[in-house]
Design a protein around this ligand. Sequence first.
Ligand code: PMP
Length: 357
Amino acid sequence: MFDALDLARPHLRDVQPYTSARDDFTGEAHVYLDANENPFGSVTGGGLNRYPDPHHRRVKSRLAETLGVGTEALFVGNGSDEAIDLLIHAFCEPGSDHVLVTPPTYGMYAVTAAVNDVEAREVLLNRDYTLNVPAVIGALTAETKLVFLCSPNNPTGNLQDPEAIAAVARAAAGLVVVDEAYIDFAPHGSVLPRLGDLPNLVVLRTFSKAWGMAAARVGIAVAHPSVAALLGRIKLPYNLSQPAQDAIMDAAGRVQERDRFVDLIVAERAWLAARLVSAPGVEIVHPSDANFLLVRFTDAPTTYARLAAEGVIVRDRSRVALCEGGLRITIGTRDENRELLRALGASGDNGVPTATR
Ligand code: PMP
């Protein structure tokens, strides 16, 4: 029987979470004098004077419906970045355990490991950005408490084969965290359905991308109930503000609106990729299952500086292993994408240089 507590740092088994009087009280109350709040209201109005639900009960049942999972499988955090931090905090003993990451990938896994004084061991992706499954499996030890895989991967944009991820999960004694921040932009390939038979999988999702809710700061971990419960036990009590909880209650049912954004961004991705391939200085436009394109330029640092001088900011990944010459370009609106092409000196809609139109 899988139990996260067998993998967790031993001292956490006995840590009792902070409780409030509202946890002990199950009846109907109408006078709340337990939490030292301001009874009169907020200086801004808007009813922010009461602490939000630390257990996110309504949010979780709404999200459980949207995702088709049980509420007990959910952890909801201040962005998926919080889940990354809590996973490392919960499972990795500083100085002795380590996490495994597969660069080029999202930088926060290694940064958060470093902040927690936990080593991040690296197994590079293959040159085509697929997972090097034998190398990942070969690197696993008893101290590999977490393997971070990102699918679709940031900054390369490609989806990883769910079978490759499952192979790693079957081989790992620790947890395999699959960051699906960009999965809504991929046609298929989520490993969420595999959670039932792979109890050491943790799937991260975020509202920051397809849902367009980056400022609300809400991310989710879907995991074995014992993992979700442990994260819930060690998080800060009020990690999701009331405005964030309200925003998610409003957003979670709006799957059609999300899908409309996804369709727009995917169409815009194809439009931009088709024009970038013939843009000056472009060597490769990598295929993407995400809301960005990794583009290899002959001279990325100069291109980056020229774009910045024109007020167009992209992400310079050119010094990252296997991304040499690469700039990561988020898909913008049609106008923004035209601006980008113009700044690159590229052709616009009809093969006419945008600068001359
Ligand atoms: N995972 C990946 C792969 C990301 O690219 C990002 C954001 N850039 C995050 C997680 C963080 O998302 P959130 O806004 O939910 O913290």
